[in-house]
Design a protein around this ligand. Structure first.
Ligand code: HAM
Length: 416
């Protein structure tokens, strides 16, 4: 038997109903912050991610689904969407339209990671990018947006970690210092970190290898290397967050696993998720557009929420209104004529917004059994007698109560 590929899965009803509800909630929150949807392709030229995310990152060096197209070009299933959004921004000259561009997206991403709880090879992100402004005002807006979105999904107990990874000047000095420190411990590091200590020392900071931890803990903090403008930017972000009542913890080790970040980086962690506890990651990326070949700068900041993980948290929090809506009415016709009448009633009720299923004509007992299994609120029993006297048997499936109801009265009873 052919099964779903390792690290991928099917989202089935009723769970898919909760996914839809989360997506509708996200779209509504984006609307209130004036963010508009962008849909980018799910595959791109490999070079976009190699240059955007960084050759030395885990994502690019180990996790991408890359293939040769028939014309010899190298393509990759998107492992994330920020590089694609910036590509689209440059390609469509969105910089020419005045004002900050506020874009959001929902969709699948692909990374060949080791699957475990909350980690998949095809996973889903809900994300946004705000492009065209260097001001820390935008950093605070993006973080407030995530906090609002999580709150609207009933998640109130996440922790926000923030940091600054500085600008190229500050980071250059920090990286030089890191190289020096790491060189003096090179033999004690894991094989991956030994290589990165030379090629991309910042990556050593987010090594998960226990062998690296004693050394990582003693490395200097980037905050001692930030220049005045980086310090001011970070202080302003913290001030704006405090002003809005958003609690945060500063974590100087939060460099994140993608190379494009400058200044602010942040993550939201959630307790219900186990080892994969990051429900959202984001940050500022002032030089990304230029690294993708743009002549015009496109400073911006964004985030991506891991939708699979958000759903785990929502299922635990069980917020009101997120349960899939039950079927309003199951129509149980006992004859062919009753079926015809039932189908006409169903059409009328659906036009008024009720959800209705009509069973094929069948025996009373069997139909009642189907009705109770359908999870419907009400069953409508129609036989020849009901057709003759114009009143149907409307059974409340939760209480078992049944009453005779005229067709024109059905909608009112369903609303009750
Ligand atoms: P990221 O930290 O790589 O950042 O991913 C963001 C979130 O996606 C993670 O916090 C996690 O919830 C989820 N995620 C990542 N990998 C997996 C996986 N294998 N299975 C399930 N969930 C996963 C980015 O992708 C950046 N594009 C965020 C960003 C936007 N930065 C600026 N703008």
């Amino acid at each position: 038997m052919i099964k779903a590929v390792k690290g991928t899965r099917d989202i089935l009803p009723p769970q898919s109903g909760v996914w839809n509800r989360v997506e509708a909630t996200a779209r509504e929150v984006f609307r209130t912050f004036n963010y508009h949807e962008i849909r980018t392709p799910i595959f791109e030229e490999t070079a976009l991610f190699a240059r955007g995310v960084g050759e030395e990152t885990d994502i690019v060096s180990k996790e991408m689904y890359t293939f040769d197209d028939r014309d010899g070009s190298k393509l990759t299933l998107r492992p994330e969407n920020t590089a694609s959004v910036i590509r689209a921004y440059i390609e469509h000259r969105l910089d020419q339209i005045p004002g900050t561009k506020r874009l959001y997206y929902l969709g699948p991403m692909f990374r060949r990671e080791r699957p475990q709880k909350g980690r998949y090879r095809q996973f889903f992100q809900i994300g946004a990018e705000a492009i065209g402004l260097e001001s820390p005002v935008l950093d605070a807006e993006i973080i407030e947006l995530v906090s609002t979105l999580l709150g609207s999904c009933g998640i109130h107990d996440s922790r926000l970690l923030i940091n600054s990874v500085g600008d190229p000047d500050s980071r250059g000095r920090y990286v030089a210092k890191l190289k020096e420190e790491l060189a003096s411990h090179i033999d004690e590091l894991s094989a991956d970190s030994q290589r990165r200590a030379v090629t991309n020392p910042l990556r050593v900071l987010d090594s998960k290898d226990p062998q690296d931890q004693p050394i990582v803990e003693k490395l200097p903090s980037i905050h001692d290397f930030l220049n005045d403008s980086c310090r001011d930017h970070f202080a302003a972000v913290c001030r704006y967050l405090t002003d809005r009542g958003i609690a945060y913890e500063v974590n100087p080790r939060l460099v994140r696993g993608l190379d494009y970040y400058t200044h602010t980086t942040f993550e939201f962690l959630h307790g219900a998720l186990g080892a994969q506890n990051a429900i959202c990651g984001g940050g500022r990326y002032n030089g990304l557009a230029e690294s993708l070949g743009s002549k015009v700068p496109a400073p911006g900041i964004g985030f991506s929420i891991g939708q699979d993980r958000l759903l785990m948290a929502v299922e635990e929090a069980k917020p009101a209104g997120f349960d899939p809506k039950p079927l309003d009415l199951f129509i149980a016709p006992m004859t062919e004529d009753a079926f015809q009448l039932g189908a006409r009633e169903a059409k009328r009720l659906r036009q008024s917004g009720f959800s209705v299923e009509v069973a094929p004509a069948g025996k009373f007992k069997k139909l009642l059994e189907l009705a109770s299994k359908s999870g419907a609120r009400f069953a409508l029993l129609i036989g020849d007698d009901e057709i003759a006297n114009g009143r149907f048997g409307l059974k409340n499936l939760a209480t078992g109560e049944q009453q005779a109801v005229a067709a024109f009265d059905l909608a009112a009873h369903l609303l009750a």
